[in-house]
Design a protein around this ligand. Sequence first.
Ligand SMILES: Nc1ncnc2c1ncn2[C@@H]1O[C@H](COP(=O)(O)OP(=O)(O)OP(=O)(O)O)[C@@H](O)[C@H]1O
Ligand SMILES: [Mg+2]
Length: 327
Amino acid sequence: MTDTAPILSIQNLKTSVTSGGDTFNVVRGVSLDLYPNEVLCLVGESGCGKTITALSIMRLLPDPPVRIQGGSIEYRGRDLTELSDKEIQQVRSSQISMIFQDPLTSLDPVFTVGHVITEIIRNHLDISKEEARARGIKMFAEVGLPDPERRFDTYPHQLSGGMRQRVMIALALVLDPDILIADEPTTALDVTVQAQILEKLLEEQRERSMSMLLITHDLAVVAAVADRVAVMYAGEIVEEAPVDELFSSPKHPYTQGLLRALPQVGYKRDKLESISGLVPPPQMMPPGCYFAPRCPHALEACWDEHPELTEKEGSRVRCLNPQPFVA
Ligand SMILES: Nc1ncnc2c1ncn2[C@@H]1O[C@H](COP(=O)(O)OP(=O)(O)OP(=O)(O)O)[C@@H](O)[C@H]1O
Ligand SMILES: [Mg+2]
């Protein structure tokens, strides 16, 4: 995988939030490559900055209060952080698309789903309304929206959650992007529908040879679908590895904690373990390793020295004192 050039390369991305007169970074130097044709899963506990990283790539941050402070996001020789609003709009949908957890909040209630897909198509392609309609219906059919011709003229609230997410996938894919970013795409859905939607996403990823950045809390999903995994903690990547390596030999104590907390994936445990302690608030990050306050293996140096991401046995890990994994 890594002998080809990345299609998207994030270097030292810093994104801040301003709140109560204070500005502090919530994404603290994320560096991450996405390769052609791969599924890269981004995991990490709530609030660690996964969504803000994704929205930074798409330049969809609610600014203010959230703003990119530094770093670069290179895509096809251009730095997305430097594009004008007009230029980034051209990239969105046609080259990089995103789907969100809750399709109802990302679909405008006043427009029919057919109107929305027609607009996306016609904003990027010089084709007639009729052609755009035909293309939209075909796309709705492809993502498994039942009776797509009739559904074309319905409003989002008239559809079930699963159907709405199929509509979102259709909107994201209709211009055949290189990259799909899916942020918890199945979390808001019924369990039975979750698997179908995920299967559809992966089918599309394979058929289109698209790259997918999949943000998920579900490590069972990661084990099943990822090529590579990046683990985020407190606004930075702490470990990145091919999926088999990550599950068989996690190196960062935070990743090890996540896996120990997992009942499936081959670890037989009587009860769930969770990682004790809390993430420090973003305004009060310790000077050394951000995980040191929760780490069972922290050395003296870990409190003073902020570790770099370092190559180790096919993984990249941000830890001064990595330990072998005992499940
Ligand atoms: N609009 C906003 N205003 C203020 N703070 C924000 C805003 N959006 C995000 N944050 C803060 O930025 C940090 C990162 O949030 P983010 O949504 O990226 O987390 P996440 O990893 O996606 O979490 P989750 O798994 O719960 O979706 C959090 O501390 C969050 O409170
Ligand atoms: Mg999120």
